[in-house]
Structures are given as structure tokens and as C-alpha cells.
Design a protein around this ligand. Structure first.
Ligand SMILES: [Zn+2]
Length: 101
């Protein structure tokens, strides 16, 4: 008996059934530019916020990876949701076309 269930809807995914591994990879993007600021109170505020974060929270702000198993319906719904929210003026060099092999 398969114990695999869809992470999104909970449907059982028995051996031999169609299922998908959906990997979510999130990385902080640094464009090489540091904002100019002589606003020391703002800097102190940022340092205080960072010092109150756990190592795990700080790591999640830089990179985060998750893997989900989904049934075909949920895989399509997941992708439709993401792509339906893409802004038409989003930077094309960061777009989906570069992720398709
Ligand atoms: Zn599902």
C-alpha cells in the first residue's frame, strides 16, 4: 500500500500513478549595488532585526528549497497560480523561458 499523498490536496498517489515532484528554489538576488545611506538609525534598526533572527531564519532569507509531490491536477493548479501572477513588465532575463530546458 502506497503511503504517498499529494502535498497539496492529500489524495493518495498509489504506485504507478502519475505524480510530479515540484521543486521550489528561492534565492536572494544581489545585484552588486548597496544602497547609499548615511541614516545610522536605519542601519542600527536593521542590525537589531538581524541579531534577533535565528540562524535558520537568516538562512531562509538567503536561500530556501522545498520539494513537493503533487497529483497531476495539483501540479497544473500550482503552475497556473504562479504564472497567472507574473507581471507583464517583469524583467524578461529573469523569466520562465530561462528555466525551460
Ligand atoms: Zn493533489
Amino acid at each position: 500500500m502506497s503511503r504517498i499523498r499529494c502535498h497539496r490536496c492529500g489524495s493518495p498517489l498509489p504506485a504507478g500513478s502519475a505524480k510530479y515532484q515540484v521543486a521550489v528554489r528561492v534565492r536572494s538576488v544581489f545585484d552588486g549595488v548597496l544602497p547609499e545611506s548615511s541614516d545610522e538609525p536605519e542601519l542600527a534598526k536593521i542590525i537589531k532585526e538581524v541579531s534577533n533572527c535565528s540562524e535558520e531564519e537568516l538562512n531562509r532569507q538567503v536561500c530556501e528549497d522545498d520539494i513537493f509531490i503533487m497529483c497531476p491536477v495539483c501540479k497544473e493548479a500550482f503552475l497556473d497560480d504562479i504564472y497567472s501572477h507574473l507581471h507583464p513588465e517583469a524583467a524578461p532575463e529573469m523569466g520562465r523561458a530561462h528555466l525551460i530546458h
